[in-house]
Design a protein around this ligand. Sequence first.
Ligand SMILES: [Zn+2]
Length: 356
Amino acid sequence: MKDLSVIVAAWESRQWDALIAEYLPAGVLTDAFWSGRPCPCPICGGKDRFTYTRNRGRGDWVCRKCNDGSPSGGDGLELVRRYTNMSYSELKRRLNGASSPTPLQLPGRPASLRKPLDSEAKRLRIESQWASASPLSAGDHAMRYLAARIPGLRAPMPQALRLSVQDYWYEKRVVGQYPTIVAQFTLPDGRMATVHRTTLDPSKPEKATIITQDGEVLPAKRNDVTALPLAGGAVRLMAPRNGELAIAEGLETAYAAYMQFGVPAWYCLNRVLLSQFVVPDGLGIESVHIFADFDAIDPTTGKSPGMADALSLQKRLRQAGFKVVLHRPKVRGTDFCDEWRTVYQLRQMSRHVVPA
Ligand SMILES: [Zn+2]
């Protein structure tokens, strides 16, 4: 009879696999991934920089580039956290508050080994969310939210944003019903990879504050399931004009950049996806304006994360032959939404100055 510790170790290792299979898209979970051969990194892409080692039986992995171009690695929890951009605490909550990420359940089939949604089911799920949401219209919750965040906003009606009233689910319970901005995240080939959702307050023009009965604060901004790997894609807010496109991390910064500089803008959801952005063919785009978030310095890397990723995008797009302009907010620790609010105020004030 096998030593019990060997059986337990094998069991634990499978639970880590199941955790990863639940949160990462099927597209990256190839045979090469599971068999521990070099493969593209779910977080930062590439061809063969990533290896799922299972070194310590905790879903362990290494990537040659994951730390701003330097090697990095961790356990399965770290992989899921970095892929989904969830905080540890949020991820832990999702794992039912277990102190160890995947509690052992012997004997029998562990709950976490339930079959993840397959890619077709995920595609249908995001398409039905998109189809059931309505185009924006003047004065609706989405427009009032945007107007409050980006003062003076005047922009073409966004085809990539819709509004719906959605149940907010948390741990298999509906926490509440909220107006929700649904954004279509599109890959360079035009396929929809996910929908990103911003949950709004039902009465005030701001993001919802969502609190569970236990007092946990839940995120107002999140992706739905990812039907396809997200690398390369963006939310296409406006049509490029005169071969020019602006790219930013977030919805609000994209609109703010458009207001300040007049270049039609898209957004990538976060800085990692911004660094991976791919300019689609066929839209005549020749020059790209990158609107970086000027994040505070990360003491472990000595870099501003938002700037570092914007610089790596700039480098890659220049190598691909695009004209690239990298814009940085004037004040460290701010983004272009902050900057536009200041610029707008100054413009309003100067307008009211009576000439002598
Ligand atoms: Zn990586």
